[in-house]
Ligand binder design. Structure first.
Ligand SMILES: [Zn+2]
Length: 133
């Protein structure tokens, strides 16, 4: 696969992106709620607490929603063809917007079990993607 959109790094997501250099998927956990949340931000979206720990995710989950993109988005190579954009619910309970790779985009279905895989970015970071488990 060719060049993907390379996401910017915010203050709240620095820790997350640094971990992707070692292919580790970290989730922010609220210490007070004892639950993870997504996306990374300075405070817990449930209780607004700012005591946050980063814990490594299992890397497993299932497709909650999926859409096949036939027209490439920005920074995508039109020759790369259609691709699946999905909301994956991780085993930890958070939902991440991602791509499903490793199978035909039309073969991705809601409820499909998926596992983590990594797409290298140009600066040493990696983009978390998922493939059929
Ligand atoms: Zn909380």
């Amino acid at each position: 696969m060719t060049a993907l959109f390379e996401p910017p790094v915010s203050d709240a997501s620095t820790r997350f992106w640094d971990a992707t250099r070692g292919r580790r998927l970290l989730l922010p956990w609220c210490v007070a709620c004892e639950r993870p949340f997504w996306y990374p931000r300075e405070v817990c979206p449930r209780c607004l607490g700012d005591a946050i720990e980063w814990r490594e995710a299992s890397g497993t989950g299932e497709v909650h929603a999926v859409s096949v993109q036939h027209r490439p988005g920005p920074m995508r190579d039109p020759a790369a063809g259609p691709y699946a954009v999905a909301l994956v619910e991780l085993t930890e309970g958070v939902r991440i917007m991602t791509n499903i790779v490793g199978c035909e985009p039309d073969a991705v279905t809601v409820g499909m079990a998926v596992g983590l895989t990594w797409q290298p970015l140009s600066d040493g970071r990696h983009l978390a993607q998922f493939e059929p488990a």
